[in-house]
Design a protein around this ligand. Structure first.
Ligand SMILES: Cc1cc2nc3c(=O)[nH]c(=O)nc-3n(C[C@H](O)[C@H](O)[C@H](O)COP(=O)(O)OP(=O)(O)OC[C@H]3O[C@@H](n4cnc5c(N)ncnc54)[C@H](O)[C@@H]3O)c2cc1C
Length: 402
């Protein structure tokens, strides 16, 4: 049988050097593929889950950042450029710099785009002193002192509808801030409103019960089944709504998470399904192989994964993708299947986490098998989320070792 890894090494190009791109590149390298190139324009790599801790005053900004050069897996080539478009017929990636890269196998891991501009007034609100967010590194750093030093007024936290990158992480700084305000005795002087896109806090009954208990405990006013529609940064008012129902709210601080979608060049390259309004790479959500181009693959936030997107989900996705690409190169069919496992670690206080792990059907999937109540609010989960996972991310996940 042909062994592509020892004879003519396939040219593998990975677009995006974030969580998914480096996890896949590291695993491919460990699987003895020799010609792997990652295209990534950024000089710094950010561990996004820590942005929630930064915004909520539970981590320093510097903890979330490494030089990209230091996290590219050994043996993997880094091209500091940006994919402009993909010519799938010619198997060529055109770069923003004007050059191009030809590939035998392409993995698209370009993440999601934060569509701030899709809510009128939101970019202006985020540029004002009262606008903060955990979904942007600089706005998360800005959120920390704003929430810490607040002593009264109205704070509105918003969560966008799916699809989003670990969308419910929008709630994390809210619980952290409420816990802080309660600790320093000003909680009763601050009105906290949470704009939630769904009729429940999350959508899995066991998790909803845990979160509802914390929402009640902190006295958070929840506007269920509502979305942020527009913001007037000068008047410090915002409109939330659903259908014809609309409400205008005055705010002193707005912690907003924007609507999200795949980068537009993916659909522009013909890699998305024509009926997908969000433009994700049209791969089989179980095998990650493209529906029309068998040499194209995708995992992570930019891929069609048919589950809630998260970094925790990428570990299993990357594993399945590398197995399936190897099988395809050996002339076989992709047989490794991803079950839709995903995770949201809700930081519900400054020392506890509700660790939601679930599959595509919304069934609980604890990472410690048979510990059915692992999801419940726990100190242990805080230690895992705040202390252990960042270490595992930098040292194992990005190297394709976990
Ligand atoms: C605030 C926040 C909190 C989160 N909290 C959690 C959490 O607690 N737990 C959890 O499991 N997950 C969490 N997530 C989700 C997790 O971070 C993402 O699912 C994960 O980062 C997705 O990885 P990715 O590689 O697909 O995308 P990214 O990590 O976003 O990487 C995409 C990369 O592609 C690059 N890129 C984009 N376009 C191009 C192009 N044209 N050419 C070349 N490169 C390109 C970008 O520069 C970027 O580096 C959170 C996300 C956010 C934003």
């Amino acid at each position: 049988m042909n062994d592509p890894r020892s004879t003519a090494p396939p040219r593998i190009v990975v677009i995006g050097g974030g969580n998914a791109g480096l996890s896949v590149a590291g695993r491919l390298q460990r699987a003895r593929f020799r010609d792997i190139t990652v295209i990534e324009p950024r000089e710094t790599h950010v561990f996004a889950p820590l942005q929630s801790h930064i915004a909520g005053g539970a981590a320093r900004a510097s903890e979330a950042v490494r030089r990209q050069a230091d996290v590219i897996p050994p043996g993997v080539r880094w091209v500091r450029d940006e994919a402009f478009t993909v010519d799938a017929e010619a198997r060529r990636v055109h770069l923003v710099s004007g050059g191009h890269l030809d590939y035998d196998q392409l993995v698209v891991c370009a993440g999601m785009r934060m569509a701030w501009e899709s809510v009128p007034g939101l970019p202006e609100a985020m540029a004002s002193p009262a606008g903060v967010s955990n979904y942007d590194f600089d706005l998360a750093a800005k959120a920390s002192p704003v929430l810490r030093d607040l002593r009264g007024g109205t704070v509105v936290f918003t969560q966008p509808p799916e699809p989003a990158s670990c969308g419910a992480a929008a709630q994390k700084p809210m619980y952290l801030a409420c816990d802080w305000w309660r600790a320093i005795g000003v909680r009763d002087d601050i009105r906290v409103i949470f704009v939630c896109p769904d009729p429940v806090p999350f959508g899995i009954p066991a998790i909803d019960r845990e979160l509802q208990r914390k929402l009640d405990e902190y006295g958070i006013e929840v506007r269920y089944s509502r979305e942020l529609r527009s913001v007037d940064a000068t008047a410090r008012t915002l409109t939330i709504g659903h259908g014809d129902a609309e409400e205008t709210v005055d705010y002193d601080v707005l912690h907003a998470v924007p609507p999200q979608r795949a980068p537009e060049w993916i659909a522009g390259s013909g890699l998305a399904a024509s009926d997908d309004p969000h433009g994700f790479v049209d791969v089989d959500p179980e095998t990650f192989q493209h529906s029309r181009y068998p040499e194209i693959w995708a995992v992570g936030d930019a891929a069609t994964v048919a589950t809630r997107r998260s970094g925790g989900a990428i570990r299993q996705q990357a594993k399945a993708l590398v197995k399936n690409m190897t099988a395809a190169l050996d002339g076989g069919a992709p047989s490794a299947k991803y079950n839709g496992y995903s995770v949201v670690p809700f930081t519900v206080s400054r020392g506890t986490v509700v660790f939601a792990e679930f599959d595509r059907q919304g069934r609980l999937q604890p990472s410690v098998p048979f510990w059915r109540s692992l999801y419940r609010e726990r100190r242990l989960s805080w230690i895992a989320d705040r202390r252990i996972l960042p270490w595992v991310y930098w040292h194992l996940i990005l190297r394709g070792r976990a």
